[in-house]
Design a protein around this ligand. Structure first.
Ligand SMILES: [Zn+2]
Ligand SMILES: [Zn+2]
Length: 194
């Protein structure tokens, strides 16, 4: 894998700016990948990795940049938990670790750079040099990935009985003997106007 500075440069380029989240996300990914034994996530190991991110914040882009995992490849799974944590899964061995950013690291960052007024600037620099164990907790976990969530060809394709739109990968809902897409089953996020 590339060195830390190269990974951070690339993450910042993809994300659009350098921020504490990029540093945290890069370090989180380096740790997670090492723990599951994936040295080359964008090369020979690219088919062997899935990452679950529990936040949709700056660090998420860094995790995607370092691991090469994306929504479009179905290798990046977004779990809407609002936590600064991610799980790295090695599909070949089944080994998985959940890496959680420690809350205390925010405060510790200030101790490293007490002179720096801007707390984000202090965090940014401190996150680069702090020990991994001060930044993160690592949890060994088991993840059961459903066949319909795996990369590869879509599993199933059905037509919604109500709106007529097509649904892939077993995301349909059944209600009263009808096959419905999730919005038509009352799980939508939008309301049609007009
Ligand atoms: Zn950012
Ligand atoms: Zn529908």
């Amino acid at each position: 894998m590339e060195d830390f500075d190269t990974l951070l440069d690339e993450a910042s380029r993809v994300h659009g700016h350098l921020c504490p989240g990029q540093v945290l996300g890069v370090r989180m990914s380096v740790l997670g990948l090492r723990k599951i034994g994936i040295p080359d996530p964008k090369g020979k190991d690219r088919k062997n990795i899935i990452v679950f991110v529990e936040m949709d914040r700056c660090a998420t882009d860094a995790v995607s940049s370092v691991t090469g995992c994306t929504l479009g490849h179905r290798t990046l799974k977004f779990m809407d938990f609002g936590k600064m944590a991610a799980t790295f899964l090695n599909l070949k061995t089944g080994k998985a670790v959940r890496v959680i950013a420690k809350e205390e690291s925010r405060l510790k960052a200030k101790e490293f750079f007490p002179e720096t007024e801007n707390k984000y600037a202090a965090q940014l620099e401190a996150y680069k040099i702090m020990d991994e164990k001060d930044l993160f907790d690592v949890m060994e976990v088991s993840v059961k990935l459903k066949p319909e969530d795996m990369p590869g060809r879509p599993l199933g394709r059905v037509k919604c009985d109500k709106c007529g739109e097509h649904v892939q990968d077993l995301r349909e809902a059944s209600k009263g003997g009808k096959v419905l897409c999730r919005p038509c089953a009352g799980q939508g996020y939008y309301e049609k106007l007009g």
